[in-house]
Design a protein around this ligand. Sequence first.
Ligand code: GLN
Length: 577
Amino acid sequence: MEPKKNSHGKSVKRKAHKFIFVVGGVMSGVGKGIATSSIGTLLQAKGFSVNLLKVDPYLNVDAGTMNPTEHGEVFVINSGLETDQDMGNYERFLHRDLTADDYITSGMVYQHVIEAERALKYGGKCVEAIPHIRDEIIRRFEHSAKVNKTEVTVVEIGGTVGDYQNIMFLEAARVLKVRYPNDTAFVMVSYMPVPSKLGEMKSKPTQNAIRQLNSYGINADVIIARSEVPMDHKRKEKIAVSCSLPTDHVISAPDIESVFDVPGNFEKDHLSEILTRILHMRKKANEPGLSKWNAFVKSTKESKETVDIAIVGKYFNTGDFVLTDAYVSVLEAIKYSAYKLGKKPVIHTINARDYENEKGETRAGASGATKADFKALEKFDGIIVPGGFGETGIEGKLAVIRYAREHKIPYFGLCYGMQLMVIEFARNVLGLTEANTAEINPKSEALVIDIMPDQKKKLAEGNYGGSMRLGAYPATLKKGSIAREAYSAETITERHRHRYEVNPEFVARISAGGLIFSGTSPDGKLCEIAELPRAENPFFLGTQFHPEFLARPLAPHPLFTEFVKASIKRRGEKKDR
Ligand code: GLN
């Protein structure tokens, strides 16, 4: 048989691995991450093994040093890499863990190339963006495919076509297409505005975005056109002609009620069939199909009765807007457990500062001193204090935790929320009024939360990037505890992201006071879970780790489920009163 030739006439070995590059046109924020995740779900349903890879074009080496108010949640994977929140969506839609090879930033690529240059790895050559940066990107794309041993890699290239920042990544993708024309596809997620004064869907921005992409030597194989309303056939034809595509390669992606509907919606326009056709992927004898996913989607729609959960945090406000991006995994985790229990979650975002007065003081019960009345907390069935850093809103959070404990409102503390729960207990139950964390007042006489010794050194050296206690660690659970019961396991593994921890010097005293450390590191040295007995509060539990990172639509997290269960129970009891 004739060896395959590429477009330059060179022989290439037929490469089995498939790449789909997802790029953004027109503007950001139209759901490229969800589109990528959904393509993953659809190809899995066709029986293919898939990995998803996120490219972030910024120069930060990872997402860990960025402010969540601006960039959203920092999502931690098992390896400890601090990544973008899209990686969370990927894991949730694929229902599997991703690896450090599935995340690439410009910072990582440049750091690698520059370090190699300093180590004389380029043999005296002039090191340049082309070919060296581009080739390092290609190496990473192929490496991810290889170590994951998947049949398809879907790569989401961050930013929008026309940005300066992502040009090297687009160039790397273009070269892969030249090398493996039958194994590489481009999907552009674009936007079709319907200006209110015109009342008509306009395709020009999409046409211009394609033209921009063409100027890089790339054409899209598929266009996913996001819009407020479904796109009609006439417009599909118009885009198809101007972008040199078959009409059925233009997918209508109107706004829908929930992101979980996106895979099913894409299938209405046969997206998975089109992609597998473009990529010459042979149909599998056994297709698992979407039945599990569809059953989950159905459960999200069936639940009518509500459960009201408050998240008390600080990263909500950006300018005039309230954003929940910083807590996206927490929100998702609550939803999955509520759906599993047949309830519709209503999530309230509470700014912790509202529970402090101007001076940052709290006056539980004394109305007028704080913006919000503590009695208002009664309307929630459960309260969560999520992860966080620094001083803002701390006293407000502590006052809310105290109210929850004393009024038996189910409480779930995540990382900082667990540390603050320990501080509140030490202050108000043990009478250690000075109790604090070294993060806020290192001079406190009762540092119940202290910096870990290895962390102290890192901070003294100014080493902040990727240096926290990060990623998956095991913990052992105490018999008879709420945690052990919820997990139905003695040993668990959960993801971490913190510098501080419960101070071992105070553990005996706090335990004697009644707070149970029901989860510890296997050597018993680090406290991973704290809880109160059910008689004191039906669910008053905090984790030093971030359970929200492991909650999946098809596998809700046991601790969230236990917390939501307690919240539902409280709701029932409130009604009976
Ligand atoms: N600021 C705390 C620490 O570093 C908690 C971190 C978090 O909530 N992720 O230990």
